[in-house]
Ligand binder design. Structure first.
Ligand SMILES: [Zn+2]
Length: 191
């Protein structure tokens, strides 16, 4: 409608996971109307984040270094929490919900699925228990079962999954810290 340049911007924005065509159009219109200074600030902060932050090589959490502070912290317990996003880790840490380490497994990202699985299996030996804590959505629950089966086959570690007192279909993102803590405390071993 507004020419190939505008369409190209929308196409680029649509690549962001979870962004619909309508949302990418909204962002494109926002960018279209920006004044020069605000646009430059936005471009610069995108560049800074892109060039200075990366994924921790052991857990995928955002860090300025090769490994994040959590992975380097030797006082953490030998429990590994499998979680689906950076936001979830931040929530756990801010509320001191969990005292072990994390592994961010973004199961919606099909392209990196095998690589993530490989990295996880490499890392598992240093832990005594693996706790799967994905959102209780259809996709999250299906992936929990799939992953549990692989982990049970390939390791002799204790594998458990968190247990929800909330209706199926919600995302961990929307849960309050007490419900999350309870769901971890009430986790069930998968055998
Ligand atoms: Zn890490």
């Amino acid at each position: 409608m507004f020419g190939p340049e505008f369409e190209k911007l929308i196409e680029s924005l649509k690549k962001i996971p979870g962004i619909t065509k309508k949302q990418s159009e909204k962002v494109a219109f926002y960018i279209l109307n920006l004044d020069y200074q605000t646009l430059n600030e936005l471009i610069n902060s995108m560049k800074t984040v892109n060039q200075n932050l990366n994924k921790c090589i052991t857990c995928n959490f955002i860090t300025k270094n090769i490994q994040c502070d959590i992975c380097l912290d030797v006082s953490r317990t030998k429990k590994l929490l499998l979680i689906e996003s950076n936001n979830d880790v931040i929530k756990m840490e801010n509320n001191k919900i969990f005292d072990g380490k994390y592994f961010i497994f973004d199961y919606k990202n099909r392209e990196e699925l095998n690589q993530n699985l490989e990295n996880l299996l490499k890392r598992i030996q240093e832990f005594s228990e693996i706790i799967i804590s994905f959102s209780p959505t259809m996709e999250g629950l299906t992936f929990t079962n799939y992953l549990a089966k692989i982990l049970l086959e390939k390791t002799n570690k204790k594998i458990s999954k968190i247990s929800f007192g909330i209706p199926i279909g919600s995302s961990i993102d929307y849960m309050d810290e007490f419900s999350i803590k309870e769901s971890i405390d009430n986790r069930k071993e998968i055998k």
